[in-house]
Design a protein around this ligand. Structure first.
Ligand SMILES: [Zn+2]
Length: 135
């Protein structure tokens, strides 16, 4: 099936993130001044305003912070599907989707449950990070 959903347009601030996902690595901007990662990518650290940023590979582990099961059709998704906020083990929070085996059920989606990143190669150029329950 051809992906027909919205696609990111990498910018100078986000290019390393999208290059990372394409290589199936979850990369986070990391501040060399205060030592903290952040997300989303931007030119200046939101914690200390330094521009001394570098990229490091994240573990890909996260916990489920909040979610909604969307039952309305949307381009690029097969309803119902899960829209979620996850807390990466490194600290930053990320909006994403949760992949489930079969239709998502609230009983199978516990807050704080362990998740792991998976990579969806939706086009030749773009790979989206999603999460699924960790084994
Ligand atoms: Zn900083």
């Amino acid at each position: 099936m051809t992906y027909d959903g919205a696609l990111p347009r990498p910018t100078p601030e986000t290019r390393a993130f999208w290059d990372g996902t394409k290589a199936h690595r979850l990369m986070l901007p990391w501040c060399e001044a205060c030592g903290q990662p952040h997300f989303y990518p931007r030119a200046i650290c939101p914690h200390c305003l330094s521009d001394r940023l570098d990229w490091r590979q994240a573990s890909g582990r996260a916990t489920l912070y909040s979610y909604v099961i969307n039952h309305r059709p949307a381009k690029g998704f097969e309803a119902p599907y899960v829209i979620a906020a996850v807390t990466l083990d490194e600290g930053p929070r990320m909006l994403t989707n949760i992949e489930t085996d079969g239709p998502p059920e609230p009983d199978a989606l516990r807050l704080d449950m362990a998740l792991e990143v998976v990579f969806a190669d939706v086009t030749d150029e773009i790979t989206l990070p999603r999460f699924r329950p960790a084994p």
